[in-house]
Design a protein around this ligand. Structure first.
Ligand code: PEP
Length: 253
C-alpha cells in the first residue's frame, strides 16, 4: 500500500512570523501515522525558520520551485542544493501558476526535476489540463505530453519516492473540484502511462496526488479512490483547522 501524502502549497502567503505560527498550531493536532506523510511548502523566506520549527514533528518541508543549476550568476534563483541545505526534503515543480505566469515548459520542468533528484530532493511534479483542453477532449493527450516531457531521462532508480500531482487547472483556486470519479479516471490513466514508460512495479510505487480546491468536505471521498494517493492543497492549507482536518482524512474501508 502506498503511503499517502498531504502537501500544503502556501503560494505567496505568510510572513515568517505567520508561517511559524501556523506550523506551531499544526504540530498540536498532527501526530505520527504510518499511512500518511504531511508536507508544507511555504515561500522561500520561511523555509529555514520552519526547518527548525518542524524538528521532532511529523511535518516535512518543501519549496514551491527551484532552478536547475547548482550555483552561478542567476540573480533571483535558488538551487536544489540550497533548498536541501535550508531543510527541504521536497520541491514542487511545474505548478500551473508557474507554467502560466513564469513561462515554465515541460523542458524546464524536466531540468528542475533532474537537478532536484541529483540534490537528494523529492520532486512533486504538477501536471494538469486547462478547461478548454478538457472541453476539447484533449485531457489525456495533454497529460501524456506533460508527463513524458517532465520525466524525460529520469532513470528507474530515481523514480523511488517521486511524486506526481494531477491538478486540473480549472479546479485550482476556483472552488470547482474534480469529482472523485473524474480524478480517479485521470490518476488511473497516469499510472497506466507510468507502467508503459517504466514498469508495473515502478507505477505502483509512485504516489499520484490530486490538487484543485481540496477541502475538509471533499478529502474523504477523494481518498476513497484507489489511485488517489493524497492531495496538494492550496487555499485550505493556509488555516490550521482546515489543513489539519484534511491531513486527518478518513479512509473508507
Ligand atoms: C494549488 O495551489 O496547488 C491548489 C490546488 O490550490 P487550491 O487548493 O486553492 O485549489
Amino acid at each position: 500500500m502506498r503511503r499517502a501524502v498531504i502537501a500544503g502549497n502556501w503560494k505567496m502567503f505568510k510572513t515568517v512570523k505567520e508561517a511559524v505560527a501556523l506550523v506551531s498550531e499544526l504540530k498540536k493536532s498532527l501526530t505520527e501515522a504510518d499511512d500518511r506523510e504531511i508536507i508544507v511548502a511555504p515561500p522561500f523566506t520561511s523555509l529555514f525558520p520552519l526547518s527548525k520549527e518542524i524538528k521532532g514533528s511529523v511535518i516535512k518541508l518543501s519549496a514551491q520551485d527551484c532552478f536547475w543549476e547548482k550555483e552561478g550568476a542567476y540573480t533571483g534563483q535558488v538551487s536544489p542544493l540550497m533548498l536541501k541545505d535550508a531543510g527541504c526534503s521536497h520541491v514542487i515543480i511545474g505548478h500551473s501558476e508557474r507554467r502560466q505566469y513564469f513561462a515554465e515548459t515541460d523542458e524546464t520542468v524536466n531540468r528542475k526535476a533532474r537537478a532536484s533528484l541529483d540534490a537528494g530532493l523529492i520532486p512533486i511534479m504538477c501536471i494538469g489540463e486547462m478547461l478548454e483542453e478538457r472541453e476539447e477532449g484533449e485531457t489525456f493527450a495533454v497529460l501524456e505530453t506533460q508527463l513524458q516531457g517532465g520525466m524525460q531521462d529520469i532513470p528507474v532508480k530515481e523514480t523511488e519516492g517521486f511524486i506526481i500531482a494531477y491538478e486540473p487547472v480549472w479546479a485550482i483556486g476556483t472552488g470547482k473540484t474534480a469529482t472523485p470519479e473524474q480524478a480517479e479516471e485521470v490518476h488511473a490513466f497516469i499510472r497506466g502511462r507510468l507502467e508503459k514508460a517504466y514498469s508495473r512495479t515502478v507505477a505502483q510505487g509512485i504516489r499520484i496526488l490530486y490538487g484543485g480546491s481540496v477541502k475538509p468536505e471533499n478529502i474523504d471521498a477523494l481518498m476513497a479512490k484507489p489511485d488517489i494517493d493524497g492531495a496538494l492543497v492550496g487555499g485550505a492549507s493556509l488555516k490550521a483547522d482546515s489543513f489539519s482536518r484534511i491531513c486527518q482524512f478518513i479512509r473508507a474501508c
